[in-house]
Write a protein that binds this ligand. Sequence first.
Ligand SMILES: C[S@@+](CC[C@H](N)C(=O)[O-])C[C@H]1O[C@@H](n2cnc3c(N)ncnc32)[C@H](O)[C@@H]1O
Length: 254
Amino acid sequence: MIRRLKTRPPDHSELAGLSYIQSLEHKRTYKYEKVYCVDKSPLDCNFPVFFYGKHNGGGPLFIDYIFSKKEFLEEHKDCKTALEVCSGPGFIGFYLYKYLNLDFINFVDINGEVEQSVNKTIQHNNVNGKFFTSDALDDYTGDKVDLIVMNPPFFTTEEEFNKHIEICGIDNKESIERSRLITLDKNFEFHSKLIDKCLDILTDNGRIVFLEVINNIEPSKIINKLKGGKRMTNRQFKVESQIPNYYTLTIYKM
Ligand SMILES: C[S@@+](CC[C@H](N)C(=O)[O-])C[C@H]1O[C@@H](n2cnc3c(N)ncnc32)[C@H](O)[C@@H]1O
């Protein structure tokens, strides 16, 4: 379904019938600050994550479908430290900080705009963590970690990206550029850079979890680039779909 993106934020009735990805693109036009709640009590939010719609890359959805699942939290319960790469506002990282009871959580994103929101969440919730503006891991100078997680851009060609823009009905320049930053890893460049360095950032007990879209990046594409890594697990997920459309690929350093 193609619907033109409005210059004003759409109301909820206008989003009915859109796929999750389409409605996310529309919600990226919201200009005001919002809160995602990592720890809710009936009357309060005990752990707010501050964000702007324009920086939401789907983290809350993937927490619901993947990162909050017992299997994920059990598999990584021995982790004490973590880094979320491609963090945006840090939904996934802050969630894991809380539910894996981490000693620290660091964040990396190429878009320095999100630093303010991440720092606000860190201060508000008294989190031990730090944000780094960096292209992949190039400028990450923090400590090694037990766990690297990410929800990275998933299109690897301009053709795939342009089709997405057309399906979502995006036609203003600002929204197209924002979407490009969030969804396009042209020629797999980000992944290649990250894969080159990721094992160096992991502790001996460390592992990296790629969250990917099956139709766009096959697991073999990542595995073939990685030199090292002893053990891996690969799980498929249905995210708002009848067929598995996402997967996690976890690669253990040792
Ligand atoms: C799909 S969004 C995920 C955002 C957030 N983690 C979430 O789940 O909502 C992808 C993120 O990757 C970031 N990004 C794109 N290219 C990058 C690069 N080369 N290095 C680091 N981050 C990058 C974008 O700025 C964006 O925040």
